[in-house]
Ligand binder design. Structure first.
Ligand code: PCA
Length: 204
């Protein structure tokens, strides 16, 4: 049996609920394909979120990492293609708002996801879920965490697969927020399950 580290984030900015929290909590301990899931929730904090991910990786020693984040306003499940070496954006939950900062001073400009993102998107669409590859994870915490995971794997010459999937709002969040499209919690949950099945199949 392989281990999958599945991470989500706490609420942030105007998003009073983060649907990724409920998803990772519900999937904790579940086995999908060859992977048993260990879930963690991270804070939205430029100073520590990257370190939190690395601590969870060191603690759980996973064969693969999938991090989930909310992309409020998106309509589709969007596996991310690329993480860039840049921190910039709105204030995190501690009020810190970086401008054009590097995530890793000596790191490369970018890393490509090592998850089977094309197969994930194809499988999601085949099963009736709106999905597409995203070519930008932004410059906020999700990009930050994706970059740190891939940087860790590269630095340690690890075969650990790593990447990020952004999801739209759940109906619960959309009702509170009022101005964003949404997908039901059950469909979001199933979409994440499908992505993990694809990851397991793609290892064979
Ligand atoms: N989404 C944010 C950070 C936390 C989350 O769930 C992002 O897209 O960067």
């Amino acid at each position: 049996m392989k281990k999958l580290l599945l991470t989500g984030f706490e609420p942030f900015l105007s998003y009073t609920v983060n649907p990724t929290m409920k998803i990772v909590e519900e999937l904790d301990g579940e086995t999908i394909g060859d992977y048993t899931i260990q879930s963690k929730i991270m804070t939205v904090d430029f100073a520590s979120s990257g370190k939190q991910l690395l601590d969870h990786i060191k603690e759980t020693e996973p064969d693969a990492v999938i991090s989930l984040g909310l992309a409020g306003g998106r309509y589709k499940i969007t596996p991310e293609r690329i993480a860039i070496n840049c921190k910039d954006g709105e204030p995190d939950n501690n009020g810190y708002s970086p401008v054009d900062e590097a995530i890793q001073e000596d790191g490369p400009p970018a890393y490509m996801s090592t998850l089977p993102i094309r197969k994930m998107v194809n499988s999601l669409i085949e099963k009736g879920y709106p999905a597409e590859i995203s070519n930008t994870a932004g410059t906020y915490l999700c990009n930050n965490v994706m970059y740190e995971g891939l940087h860790y794997a590269a630095q340690n010459k690890s075969s650990m697969k790593s990447g990020f999937i952004h999801i739209p709002a759940s109906h619960e969040l959309a009702l509170q927020h009022g101005k964003i499209p949404s997908i039901s919690h059950e469909d979001l949950l199933n979409s994440v399950r499908i992505c993990i099945e694809v990851l397991s199949e793609s290892d064979k």
